[in-house]
Design a protein around this ligand. Structure first.
Ligand code: HEC
Ligand code: HEC
Length: 471
């Protein structure tokens, strides 16, 4: 080789290596984030979703500017996300730089609740409680509609980004030719994978489909026609929940497996999943206690609470108190009589397919098929409304009524509390405006069954309700 050719070769290699370094820095460089407090970690800590399926933060910020007509309100709050002052992203949506800033999801998104004493009162955040306001499906549909719109172009998105934030010229080139087109493609793929959602009843606020998306996206199967819309469950007191059946039907009882599976199900990759971060959350929720009932409640030694406790111990504790014979186990659906769709959405074949997954650094062994719904411990039950696995009964007072007298429809997603009925306000102008209609006559939304306590006299029901506020 002549010296000249050798020099050109060296220059070429340097240019290629230089470009690769730039691409790595701007697209893939992973900057781990860390929160000192457990609460902040729970709300904003990454579990490794961003690298695999995070959304470019500045595109996320740009969408409401480019597509305001597709939003239910002026900003992302209108989907029911919980925002805290001083944070650009909602609780449960971590920011992490992987090349560029990306926004992900963590467990706190669905497992952090909120409550207000009145429409004017400040919102109190409740760690581990189900998020009753978040309408995730509506948010997904917003993203799908944006990506499907011909106005989702590099020019439009970059103009919106530039109105808020400066990108350097390398970022502009990469956004134009890589990041924006790839984001659009990824959202459209997700829309395609989840297209079946449109043929079945909506999730509505506080609910989602826990396993059907995973069957399509992880097991790579066609949608199987089932409906598994389910209410979010609480994450607290897990030390006391040792060996409980997990999820509505108890389809596994290994908390470790459900943690890993939830991480993957929410978009972490086999390699990007941050197991240390998940373990930190797991340890924290071991001893996390449910928030106490914040409204007036009779003193624990008052006659009414003592009477309520007696009824609870005689008629409910065997299935619902820690230490009860059946607490934490699946009770045959014939005995409970509640809506069967969620139970029937999960088969032995699904359990076997999850146990056979081999693309991870771990194997699942605990998935199984059960014949009913788990009788859960009722700690913090006051803030777990609406009730039953499908969230079909708005309040504890309604759950103690015979099914024919429970509301046939009501509004979910409003977080002002109704201390009289023990649940969230679910009717009236404010609930209609801020919530979404839930119709119990639709498939999967049935409010029948669970007749326990429905035959009690009015005074006994009152006493039982009063006692349950203290759980
Ligand atoms: C998109 C909302 C959403 C996110 C995000 C989410 N979950 Fe859940 N989670 C649910 C729903 C809904 C259920 C109940 C569904 C069912 O079983 O029918 C649930 C149930 C659970 C349960 C079972 C609780 C019980 O009492 O049986 C555990 C454990 C759990 N989630 C852990 C996690 C972890 C860990 C993460 C983060 C990696 C996470 N979840 C993220 C919606 C979510
Ligand atoms: C034989 C066992 C059993 C008995 C006894 C029983 N329950 Fe239940 N309970 C269940 C099961 C199973 C579920 C879950 C059903 C579902 O979600 O479809 C449930 C659900 C509930 C829920 C809803 C929990 C949630 O997070 O949505 C409440 C509240 C409740 N029961 C209260 C009571 C009260 C009060 C009594 C006594 C008057 C009682 N139960 C007696 C088995 C029982």
């Amino acid at each position: 080789m002549t010296p000249r050719r050798r020099t050109s070769l060296i220059v070429l290699v340097l240019v290629v290596v230089g470009l690769a370094c730039i691409a790595w820095y701007y697209l893939l460089r992973d900057v781990p984030q860390h929160y000192k407090s457990e609460e902040d970690h729970y709300k904003y800590g990454s579990i490794g979703v961003e690298a695999a399926s995070g959304m470019p933060y500045w595109i996320w910020r740009a969408l409401p500017l480019v597509f305001p007509e597709k939003m239910p309100g002026p900003d992302y709050r209108s989907f029911g996300f919980i925002f805290e002052d001083g944070h650009e992203t909602p609780v449960g949506m971590p920011l992490r730089t992987v090349g560029f800033q990306r926004i992900g999801i963590n467990c706190g998104l669905c497992h952090t609740g909120s409550v207000r004493a009145s429409a004017e009162a400040p919102r109190q955040i409740v760690y581990g409680a189900p998020n009753t306001t978040l309408d995730l499906q509506r948010y997904l549909r917003f993203l799908f509609a944006c990506a499907g719109d011909p106005r989702f172009t590099a020019d439009n998105i970059l103009t919106a980004i530039r109105s808020m934030h400066e990108l350097d010229w390398i970022e502009q080139v990469l956004y134009r030719f890589v990041v924006i087109p790839q984001t659009r493609k990824a959202i459209l793929k997700q829309a395609h994978d989840l297209a079946w959602m449109d043929g079945i009843p909506d999730w509505g606020p506080g609910r989602n489909s826990p396993f059907n998306p995973a069957k399509v996206q992880i097991l790579k199967r066609h949608y199987d026609g089932t409906i598994d819309n389910a209410d979010i469950e609480p994450l607290w007191n897990w030390r006391l929940r040792k060996d409980f059946g997990l999820h509505a039907d108890g389809l596994n009882n290994s908390l470790d497996e459900i943690f890993l599976n939830s991480g993957i199900g929410n978009g972490a990759g086999a390699n990007s999943i941050d197991r240390a971060s998940l373990m930190r959350i797991k340890h924290w929720i071991f001893d996390l206690k449910p928030e106490r009932y914040p409204f007036a409640v009779s003193r624990s030694n008052s006659d009414i609470v003592v009477r309520g406790k007696g009824i609870y111990q005689a008629q409910c504790a065997g299935c619902h108190a820690f230490g009860g014979d059946k607490t934490g186990t699946s009770i045959p659906v014939e005995m409970i009589g509640t809506d069967r769709y969620r139970l029937e959405s999960w088969s032995q074949d699904d359990a076997d397919a999850f146990d056979a997954l081999d693309g991870y650094a771990w194997r699942y062994t605990g998935f199984r098929k059960t014949s009913g719904y788990v009788a859960e411990a009722l700690d913090g039950i006051w803030i777990r409304a609406p009730y039953l696995h499908n969230g079909s009964v708005p309040s504890l007072a309604d759950l103690l009524k015979p099914p024919a007298e429970r509301p046939a429809y009501f509004y979910r997603g409003y977080d002002v509390y109704d201390p009289d009925n023990v649940g969230f306000v679910s009717s009236g102008d404010d609930a209609v405006r801020e919530g979404r209609k839930f119709d119990t006559r639709l498939p999967g939304n049935g409010n029948q069954g669970h007749l326990f306590g429905t035959a009690l006299g009015d005074d006994d029901k009152k006493a039982l309700l009063e006692y349950m506020k203290t759980l």
